[in-house]
Design a protein around this ligand. Structure first.
Ligand code: HEC
Length: 133
């Protein structure tokens, strides 16, 4: 592990504490409050940022613990040939180390998250050659 990774992990831990993620006592309550707000951005910050990072680059505070790393939503490659339905399924049921969010979020909220994470794709990122969408 490089010193940059150690630094990242430390900063990450601080971010988690700042977000209140470190204190799990009120987590259940917080989750239902987030759910009620229905704001995908807020839901993303509460539930996804710890692993996927604030810009969705797959560099959240907990990301170092995963192999493969959490998906980078800014990368065009991730979106190629992938339908909303597949993304909804991934978030609902989880993918490998990623936990399922179906028990916690409604399908509507998950659809809101899909729209949100798609908006994180860096607009200037070119599609790979030969891909028409
Ligand atoms: C505990 C860490 C963790 C959290 C929290 C988490 N993810 Fe993930 N996520 C991962 C990992 C790890 C992967 C890569 C899984 C793989 O490819 O093996 C991933 C992959 C994904 C993918 C790509 C799935 C695919 O089909 O390849 C999507 C979309 C995604 N996450 C969305 C979300 C959303 C939305 C949230 C918040 C509701 C979230 N994730 C929360 C760890 C996490």
């Amino acid at each position: 592990m490089t010193s940059i990774e150690i630094l990242g992990a430390t900063t990450g831990a601080m971010v988690m504490i700042a977000l209140g993620i470190g204190s799990q006592a009120g987590a259940q309550h917080d989750a239902s409050r987030v759910q009620a707000s229905g704001d995908p951005n807020q839901t993303f910050v509460s539930l996804c940022v710890p692993c996927h990072g604030p810009q969705g680059k797959g560099d959240g505070p907990a990301a170092v613990a995963f192999n493969p790393r959490p998906a980078d939503f800014t990368k065009a490659e991730l979106w190629v040939e992938r339908t909303d339905e597949e993304l909804v399924t991934s978030i609902t049921k989880g993918v490998n180390a990623m936990p399922p969010f179906g028990p916690q979020l409604s399908q509507e909220e998950i659809r809101g998250l899909v729209a949100y994470i798609k908006s994180l794709r860096v607009p200037s990122t070119p599609w790979p050659v030969g891909i028409s969408r």
